[in-house]
Design a protein around this ligand. Structure first.
Ligand SMILES: Cc1ncc(COP(=O)(O)O)c(C=O)c1O
Ligand SMILES: N[C@@H](CCCC[NH3+])C(=O)O
Length: 473
């Protein structure tokens, strides 16, 4: 019998939706009904751990907030594309915002209704357009006149009609880190608001295109409703002009972007607050328009539902008192700190450690000076400790890479006291070799690869033996 999470018995009203919560008094950190130490024991590190109940409750919060208003919540697959997560959302009726053929295929494979898939992105390739047409998706969010002409040509070739919405660039400042703003006038995304009407007029002339909506997405990690309200005004202005020209739309897509709290006390934009503000504003500025409302949240559904579990290899000291905890995760597993200087709360997992006032930086093994997951944190930690980086469910695994030939981290989805591995097995360096050259090739060059495979297997067997010996003592 495993120990169970005592916090569960204490909050029966919403027992599992809290996902991770704070550690229990003995220092154990739980994901729903499973301790993170147990996950590390069973699956090793680095591992992303997700709470299914929290993902479901975040999706439900969006869905519920629309009430009786016709709507579709299209989860932005780019935030976290694990099939197990897409399946969870598809089974609850979610739609999907996709940005590549790969994401469309994954959504379909997860059981999504193609009529609930929208396809955004500034560079849709011809094969991706063909795939979307064969799948029968709900809508292409068109980002340029060049793309419109390309879609018309592909649809004509395939004898289909492509449903389209124009993604408007409203030139609205979302007041976020500039690298994740997408609706500023100079940005590569969307169609300049002055070019939108001519584009719709052109679309109306095209025989293989059907105008179904209008869309927008102004950025990510947005913390207030104010930029969204400016965006709705720009969209409403366009919808009214289209209506006057006899172009009547079926839907309006507000995009995603709601922010979450990465640090305690940081401002967030809860789903209910965002949806109420959008619906109220859209009704006010577009009275009488019978539009279905679409929204494309990514981060706000999965970020807080995930942590990255990692282990400290050892501590290292540098000049002037600089201290590092070198961990077995890095910018290859969690890129956000290196890419945006983003903050993730990092905590020690396990029984309470001694107090400390000494700052320590959590650093990965990758050969980049920016490979620091957290700078100068106050964490009492030592060799072999388990640590978590919180709020890592969004743009964590989905932006992970094999940089420095590091295998991708593992992922598990926790539901109550069950743990579902999201990959068939953890990636190994042999998988990286196999992706480029066969390990079974018997040619002269193949011998070197065979030696590498044997070397890896010998080491893996030794590591297993050491682990088992340690567990026995
Ligand atoms: C078109 C589009 N929709 C939705 C999203 C999801 O954004 P977020 O994860 O901030 O909700 C993005 C990413 O920023 C996007 O580019
Ligand atoms: N990947 C970014 C956000 C960009 C969203 C995609 N347009 C992040 O981690 O915050």
């Amino acid at each position: 019998m495993h120990a169970s999470n005592p916090a569960r018995e204490h909050s029966e009203s919403e027992p599992l939706a809290q996902g991770f919560g704070r550690p229990t008094p003995d220092g154990t950190l739980w994901c729903e009904g499973v301790s993170l130490e147990e996950i590390a024991r069973r699956f090793g590190t680095p591992t992303y751990v997700y709470s299914k109940a929290m993902i479901e409750s975040r999706f439900a919060a969006y869905d519920r907030a629309f009430g009786e208003t016709p709507h579709l919540v299209c989860y932005a697959v780019k935030a976290n594309a694990a099939l197990g997560i897409l399946e969870t959302l598809a089974s609850r009726g979610a739609g999907f915002d996709t940005v590549s053929g790969g994401e469309i295929l994954k959504a379909v494979a997860a059981g999504a209704d193609p009529k609930k898939i929208v396809f955004s992105g500034v560079g849709k390739s011809r094969p991706e357009i063909a795939l979307a047409l064969f799948a029968g998706i709900r809508c292409f969010n068109i980002e340029s006149i060049e793309e419109l002409e390309r879609i018309e040509a592909e649809a004509a070739r395939l004898g289909r009609r492509a449903p389209i919405a124009v993604r408007v660039n409203p030139d609205v400042d979302p007041h976020v880190e500039e690298r994740i703003a997408t609706g500023l006038g100079t940005s590569k995304f969307g169609v300049d608001r002055d070019d939108v009407l001519p584009l719709y007029r052109r679309a109306r002339e095209l025989p293989h295109v059907e105008i179904v909506g209008i869309s927008c997405h102004i950025g990510s990690q947005i913390q207030s409703t104010e930029p969204y309200l400016c965006m709705v005004e720009v969209l409403a202005d366009i919808v009214r002009q289209l209506h006057a020209e006899g172009i009547v739309l079926k839907h309006i897509d507000f995009g995603g972007g709601a922010g979450v709290a990465y640090r305690e006390g940081e401002k967030t934009l809860p789903p209910g607050e965002l949806v109420s503000a959008l619906v109220e504003k859209a009704r006010e500025v577009l009275p009488g328009e019978a539009l279905t409302y679409l929204i494309e949240p990514g981060r706000s559904i999965v970020a807080e539902a995930g942590v990255l579990l990692m282990r400290v290899e050892f501590l290292k000291h540098a000049r002037a008192g600089a201290r590092y905890a070198i961990v077995d995760a890095s910018m290859s597993e969690l890129l956000r700190p290196a890419l945006y200087g983003a903050w993730h709360e990092i905590e020690r997992v396990g029984s309470a450690a001694a107090q400390t006032e000494l700052p320590i930086s959590i650093a990965g093994p990758v050969c980049e000076s920016t490979d620091i997951l957290g700078r100068n944190r106050i964490i009492a930690t030592f060799d072999n400790d388990l640590l978590v980086a919180r709020t890592a469910g969004a743009y964590g695994m989905s932006m992970a890479s094999n940089y420095n030939s590091r295998p991708l981290p593992f992922e598990v989805l926790v539901s109550g006291d069950r743990v579902e591995p999201l990959q068939k097995r953890r990636q190994t360096p042999l998988d990286l070799i196999e992706a480029q050259r066969s390990l079974l090739d018997k040619s002269a060059a193949g011998e070197a690869r065979e030696r590498a495979a044997a070397l890896y297997e010998e080491t893996a067997a030794f590591v297993r033996f050491m682990k088992e010996s340690l567990e026995r003592t």
